[in-house]
Write a protein that binds this ligand. Structure first.
Ligand code: ATP
Ligand code: MG
Length: 384
């Protein structure tokens, strides 16, 4: 009797001709997630089995695979020979000691001498005689003993389903560049787009020495959390210190954030094109703060020349975003206090609905191209 993990995948079966490709990407991503653990992944008609791992790593394997997009559900199962005595032994192992239960059998091997109803009845009867405190309840059971008789002479027995991350395997929907700050929203935006199968690279802007090194470490920590879902990521770190000093010196202070956003978007687009990303992703949510009014978004969006900008959080309330942040394991890091470059030289009254005309007038006071080049020269790339 061997302990294995059953991995069932989601949505992939909808992809017809692409199915083989999706499966290959999923298996690569599972291998990445399980790196460093002894294991073997085997394909078994429409699912995978993870085998050959150390017993004490079972929870670790489940928790790592729960972060792999494209997986629908997982079960820890006992794998035995397709033989009624063996199947019963495994069923007794997974059976609770008391409560109402039923046995549910799926028989892929049509040559097995009993059909699925007969298997369920026989195993259920034997379990009833072995355990005195259990009773059968097929309508409202407290636990289910699942028996899956496979084609290859082996049977899987399990009692639990763990929900997988859903979505599509990362890498099947191209690559995007996420603008990541140290806040709550942007890691959630990255997580949502990774769920749709997109590989995520990140870019962060800082104003060192106005912002401190802890702010940078915090972003690295957040990026590492996201990296577990996006099967690794690269973090591009760019200094916008001089840009902010120039805005502060030469422009109307109310436009600090608005102008800075335009620089961020321009730099992000250039970095995206360089690293092969096909879109830009932000954590903007409509109307959340002054720079996220539709006018603010128009202003920052209008400097983008080639790539689409995805804003997956646009329609979310803050509490919905927080819930997702908690679920992905980023929240406790995001709420640590930090300074973002956007809070440096922050005006008392930022423009809330900047007209493009006035933005262009303020921006006209700056040597935009030189500043962008200088910022891009400061680029540092970390693989996380
Ligand atoms: P977040 O929680 O992601 O910081 P927020 O609600 O604080 O978002 P803003 O600070 O206005 O909103 O930022 C909006 C979006 O702009 C962020 O979600 C992020 O995508 C991008 N952004 C803001 N600051 C930075 C930064 N320092 N580096 C990279 N991207 C940033
Ligand atoms: Mg922020």
């Amino acid at each position: 009797m061997e302990k294995v993990v059953i991995v069932r995948y989601s949505e992939l079966h909808l992809k017809g001709k692409n199915r083989g490709y999706f499966e290959r990407v999923l298996i690569t991503n599972m291998e990445k997630a399980l790196k460093g653990l002894k294991h073997e992944i085997k394909r078994q008609s429409g699912r995978y089995l993870v085998e050959g791992f150390d017993d004490f790593e079972t929870d670790n394997i489940i928790s790592r695979l729960k972060k792999v997009f494209g997986i629908h559900s997982l079960s820890i199962a006992l794998k035995v020979k397709s033989d009624m005595d063996e199947i019963f032994k495994a069923s007794a192992e997974v059976c609770s000691l008391d409560g109402r239960f039923k046995v549910e059998t799926h028989r892929a091997d049509k040559t097995f001498p009993l059909n699925s109803l007969q298997i369920s009845a026989e195993i259920g009867g034997r379990l009833l005689s072995k355990f005195k405190n259990i009773s059968v309840d097929v309508h409202n059971p407290q636990f289910i003993v699942n028996i899956d008789v496979r084609e290859n002479g082996t049977t899987l027995v399990f009692n639990e389903f763990f929900k997988g991350a859903g979505g599509m395997p990362v890498g099947t929907s191209g690559k995007g560049l996420l603008l990541i700050s140290g806040g709550i929203d942007s890691p959630v935006a990255g997580h949502m787009i990774a769920k749709r199968g997109m590989q995520i690279n990140c870019i962060h802007f800082h104003s060192y020495p106005y912002t401190n090194m802890q702010a940078r470490d915090k972003v690295i920590e957040l990026t590492k959390v996201l990296s577990q879902y996006s099967c690794g990521t690269k973090l591009h770190i760019v200094s916008v210190t001089h840009i902010q000093e120039e805005i502060h010196k030469k422009c109307n202070g109310e436009y600090m954030v608005t102008l800075l956003r335009r620089f961020m978007m321009r730099i992000a687009e250039r970095v995206a094109l360089k690293c092969g990303a096909q879109c830009i992703i932000t954590g903007e949510s409509l109307g959340q703060v002054a720079s996220q009014t539709v006018e603010g978004i128009t202003s920052s969006n209008s400097v983008i020349e080639k790539l689409p900008v995805l804003r997956p959080l646009c329609g979310f309330d803050k509490d919905e975003i927080i819930e997702r942040s908690r679920d992905m394991g980023a929240y406790e890091i995001s709420i640590q206090p930090y300074e973002d470059c956007c809070t440096v030289f922050l005006p008392k009254h930022p423009v809330i609905k900047p007209s493009l005309e006035s933005v262009l007038e303020e921006e006209g006071k700056l040597e935009v191209e030189n500043l962008i080049e200088e910022a891009i020269n400061s680029l540092e790339i970390l693989s996380l």
